[in-house]
Design a protein around this ligand. Structure first.
Ligand SMILES: [Zn+2]
Length: 341
């Protein structure tokens, strides 16, 4: 039994981590700078953030490599450092986890290329596979237990990343999550049902949703996947609420209490692996882990609990066009969303 199977053999929900990017910005990372260089420039800060997620109760932690593919690093003329930055990231996290002394998975994080695949865009499928192969090789060499492909919009790109991972390892478990941020679909039009069907068939160990426009949207994606009869665990990693643009920066306002309610809601809706994305902190994960511990694990029904009043209050009304515009703008280059999770 590998570490992934051992973790899944435990009953109840599994807690994943929260945002890395948000915490790096709080620690002084400048907008536009590549977060992956901090794996070598400020390893103590990266490890410190991961340690706080471990202390908060996370059982799966992502490496600081969201933008670690050659495609993303090329935006900073760092495409020659893929192996170094990804391998170092995995080694750092493994060291932090070994110091913790309990079973926690090192998830090698792979984010989108930032390009659109041909024929709509310029990146060929073969080039995409090559680039993701290079990143996966370094993450696995550094000691990743699993690979987590996240914040994807195009199924072809997830498949390219999966294929890249499989060129390096036939067995390593691969989690895949997409961002269903456009009226229940990804920006490229993929539905939760399509993602679940295709990625399960391609051998993903778990499928789900991350990032996007807040907890409501995440919950809806999980409900749809659950209704489709998943054969793999479902994954929910919501932003800490709907992003709002303030002075060109994305701001996330969901409190730890709101995220604790969200954690229970997505668990009852069918998610097994639950964490948070942009705007979240170790305090959010701690509150989520605490609320999940109180869940009646034997009676986790498929379906949802009504959203508590606090959560309903903290989010913009459905169909709030200004909020959606802000959310969209928050994903444009020049904001943290474009650079890291
Ligand atoms: Zn995010």
């Amino acid at each position: 039994m590998n570490k992934w199977q051992q973790l899944l053999a435990q009953p109840g929900p599994l807690v994943a981590d929260g945002a890395m990017g948000t915490q790096l910005f709080a620690a002084g990372l400048q907008f536009g700078d590549p977060p992956e260089t901090w794996n070598v420039l400020h390893p103590d800060i990266v490890r410190g953030i991961q340690r706080r997620y471990i202390d908060a109760g996370a059982q799966i932690i992502l490496t600081n490599t969201f933008g670690g593919s050659r495609f993303r690093l090329a935006m900073h003329n760092l495409q020659g450092r893929v192996a170094e930055l990804n391998r170092t990231a995995a080694i750092l996290l493994r060291a932090e986890i070994e110091a913790a002394g309990r079973p926690i998975l090192v998830a090698g994080d792979i984010g989108p290329s930032g390009d659109i695949l041909a024929p709509v865009g310029t990146l060929s499928y073969a080039e995409a596979v090559d680039g993701f192969t290079e990143q996966a090789e370094a993450l696995i060499a550094g000691g990743a237990d699993i690979i987590w492909i996240e914040t994807m919009s195009a199924l072809e790109e997830v498949q390219a990343a999966l294929e890249g991972v499989r060129r390096i390892s036939a067995e390593i478990p691969v989690i895949t999550t997409l961002s269903f941020d456009t009226h229940g679909r990804t920006m490229m039009g993929v539905t939760p049902e399509q993602a679940l069907a295709v990625l399960t068939e391609r051998g993903a160990a778990a499928v789900g949703a991350n990032c996007g426009n807040g907890t409501d949207e995440l919950l809806a994606a999980i409900q749809r996947m659950q209704a489709a009869g998943p054969r793999v665990p479902l994954v929910a990693k919501s932003n800490a609420g709907m992003p709002e643009l303030v002075g060109g920066k994305a701001v996330y306002r969901a409190s730890p209490e709101v995220m604790a309610c969200y954690a229970l809601d997505v668990y009852r809706a069918g998610a097994r692996i639950i964490g948070a994305c942009c705007g979240s902190s170790p305090e959010h994960i701690q509150a989520m882990a605490a609320s999940l511990r109180t869940a009646d694990l034997s009676a986790a029904p498929a379906g949802t609990s009504p959203l508590p009043a606090a959560a309903a209050e903290a989010r913009p009304a459905a169909g709030d066009r200004a909020a959606r515009r802000a959310a969209r703008a928050a994903r444009q280059p020049g904001t943290d969303k474009a650079e890291t999770e």
